[in-house]
Design a protein. Structure first.
Length: 315
């Protein structure tokens, strides 16, 4: 089968896009002559533009009629050898089937969040791995990637705001689910110890809506950035501290040393995909994946002194 174009569907979010990159890199290595098109939400363009992984980026924002119309036109313009849906939602499956192709790979019905999605795949794949990165790699293998590669091709990012000139620890306290967050007051305790005992300031990164909350954390510095600014700051940091959210997985993708804090989500499935990270999870923490609006008790059970010790070994 001649493979000239491949469609990847992974609309978001940051961590999920990062976890899809090795699968896409494996397909690119298997079909070097093929053009890779990636359907993604425009919010995450800075993760893909300039990284060399996608030859074409198709932006899809379902809240914008003009975006949906432009995406539909791009999907129908030329045929694809096959499409790969790594999201497993009805929306993403519909995008894949809208493309000019008869073959759509995705997860089997028992492994997708929305069961209807799997019914739209011509080639549903049952994966047996634990970590999401490895599950995605199994889909790539089913689509023809015989030699799997673990690569996270990312753009260089863009310098934004002010960062310390010397070594610093970068943390992004907020996550899509409040239940996965670590209490802000713990960052203040940690910031004091890092500065006084190791001479390393703690820099708290966030988007503009987070700025007011971040500035309540005493002894820490604040860095407000776009995704491109976060990539640059992550590359420059001496170490990363993160919860189960995109910035943590960005640090792992860039192979920065760091510490990941986990509670209601399972690090075996969703943890940092890098040996450069130490994972802390409170004993007895139960995996729930409930999108809670309160910080989970298992996250509160992780103390700042424990985190300081783990970071010290990585600095």
């Amino acid at each position: 089968m001649e493979v000239s174009r491949i469609l990847i569907v992974r609309l978001g979010a940051m961590g999920d896009i990062l976890h899809a990159m090795p699968a896409v890199a494996s397909l690119k290595a298997a079909f070097p002559q093929a053009s890779i098109a990636w359907a993604v939400h425009p919010k995450w363009r800075d993760l893909l533009e300039g990284g060399g992984l996608a030859d074409e980026i198709i932006f899809v924002d379902r809240r914008s009629y003009s975006s949906v119309r432009a995406a539909a036109s791009a999907l129908r313009r030329e045929p694809f050898a096959f499409a790969v849906d790594l999201q497993g939602l009805t929306q993403s499956a519909l995008i894949a089937t809208l493309a000019r192709t008869r073959r759509v790979y995705g997860f089997r019905v028992t492994q997708v969040r929305e069961k209807a999605a799997s019914l739209l795949y011509s080639d549903p794949v049952e994966t047996h791995s634990t970590h999401v990165v490895d599950m995605n790699l199994e889909i790539a293998a089913a689509a023809g990637a015989s030699n799997l590669v673990i690569e996270f091709p990312l753009p260089p990012g863009r310098a934004e705001g002010t960062l310390p000139s010397g070594p610093f620890v970068l943390a992004s306290p907020f996550a899509g689910w409040t239940s996965k967050q670590w209490p802000l007051e713990n960052y203040a305790v940690l910031a004091r110890r890092l500065r006084h005992e190791l001479g390393a300031p703690l820099v708290l990164n966030g988007a503009p809506p987070h700025e007011a909350a971040l500035r309540t954390v005493s002894s820490a510095e604040v860095h407000i950035s776009s995704v491109a600014g976060l990539i640059d700051a992550t590359r420059r940091a001496a170490a990363i501290l993160g919860v189960d959210s995109g910035p943590l997985h960005l640090g792992a993708a860039l192979r920065r040393p760091g510490v990941g804090l986990f509670g209601p989500t399972d690090p075996a499935r969703n943890g940092p995909y890098s040996s450069t990270f130490t994972v802390i999870r409170a004993p007895g923490a139960q995996t729930t994946y409930n999108r809670g609006e309160e910080i989970h008790p298992s996250m509160r059970a992780i103390g700042p002194d424990q985190v300081f010790t783990a970071l010290s070994s990585r600095l």
